[in-house]
Design a protein around this ligand. Structure first.
Ligand code: MG
Ligand code: ZN
Length: 229
C-alpha cells in the first residue's frame, strides 16, 4: 500500500520545483492553443460528479455548430474517450497511468501530436479528484469544477482551493438532492463564501433547462473569447 503512495509523482517530488516546470509548459500550451484559435476548457471534479456526462451533453449540442475536440484524461482513459468518440468529435485519450491529475507536460505531448488548428472548442476532462488537478495549470482558457450533490454538503468547504481558483462551479445531479439530504442552495452559498465572484450553475441531466444553461455558458464564453482576439 505504501509503495502505491510513494509511486505517485507529486508526493515524492515535493521539494523539487515541479510546479515551476509545469508553469513553463502551460505557457507553451497556451501559446499553441491560441495559435490554433481553440477555446479550451479544463473540467475538474471527483469520480462520479458527472464530468463526462456534462461534456457529452455539450458535445451533442455544440458539435454540430462548431468544431469540437475532447481530451479524455483518466488513469485509464479509454472508456470516457469511447463515449466522446461515439459523438463524432475528435477525441484524444490521455492515459495518466498512476497519476491522479493531468499536467501541462501530458497536454503538451498531446498538442504536439494532434493539430487543433481550426477547432473552436477543446474540452479537457481531468482525472477524477478535487485536489491535485488544482495545482497543475494546463494552459487552458477556463477551469470548471463540477461537484455532485451526492458528494455531501460538506464537500465544498473541504476543498477550498479548487473553488477559489476555478472560473465556473457546477453543482450537478440536483434532481437527487432531496434523496441525499442535501440543499443545493447551501452548496451555492459555500462556493460563494470561498469565491465571491464565481458563477455557479445548478444542473441535472434530467432537467433540460439546466443542461441548456450549461451549454450556453460554454458557448458564450467561447464566443466572448473569439470576440476579444
Ligand atoms: Mg469521466
Ligand atoms: Zn494527482
Amino acid at each position: 500500500m505504501w509503495n502505491t503512495f510513494l509511486a505517485t509523482g507529486h508526493i515524492i517530488n515535493i521539494g523539487h520545483d515541479i510546479f515551476k516546470e509545469n508553469r513553463k509548459l502551460a505557457d507553451k500550451n497556451r501559446e499553441m492553443l491560441k495559435k490554433s484559435g481553440v477555446f479550451s476548457v479544463n473540467i475538474m471534479g471527483a469520480i462520479g460528479s458527472g464530468k463526462t456526462t456534462l461534456i457529452e451533453e455539450a458535445i451533442k449540442a455544440l458539435g454540430g455548430k462548431y468544431k469540437v475536440a475532447a481530451i479524455a484524461g483518466d488513469v485509464i482513459a479509454d472508456m470516457d474517450a469511447a463515449r466522446f468518440e461515439k459523438l463524432g468529435v475528435k477525441t484524444i485519450p490521455a492515459n495518466t497511468g498512476k497519476e491522479c491529475h493531468l499536467d501541462a507536460h501530458i497536454v503538451n505531448e498531446l498538442l504536439k501530436k494532434n493539430d487543433l488548428n481550426g477547432y473552436d472548442i477543446l474540452f479537457i476532462e481531468n482525472v477524477g479528484n478535487l485536489i491535485c488537478p488544482t495545482d497543475f495549470d494546463l494552459g487552458e482558457d477556463v477551469k470548471i469544477v463540477i461537484v455532485s450533490v451526492s458528494e455531501g454538503d460538506d464537500i465544498i468547504l473541504k476543498h477550498p482551493v479548487i473553488f477559489k481558483t476555478s472560473d465556473l462551479a457546477v453543482i450537478n445531479k440536483i434532481d437527487i438532492a432531496e434523496a441525499v439530504s442535501v440543499d443545493p442552495e447551501t452548496m451555492v452559498r459555500d462556493v460563494r463564501s470561498l469565491n465571491e465572484k464565481i458563477p455557479v450553475l445548478l444542473t441535472s441531466k434530467k432537467q433540460e433547462e439546466t443542461v441548456k444553461k450549461w451549454i450556453k455558458t460554454i458557448e458564450d464564453a467561447m464566443l466572448e473569447k473569439k470576440r476579444n482576439e
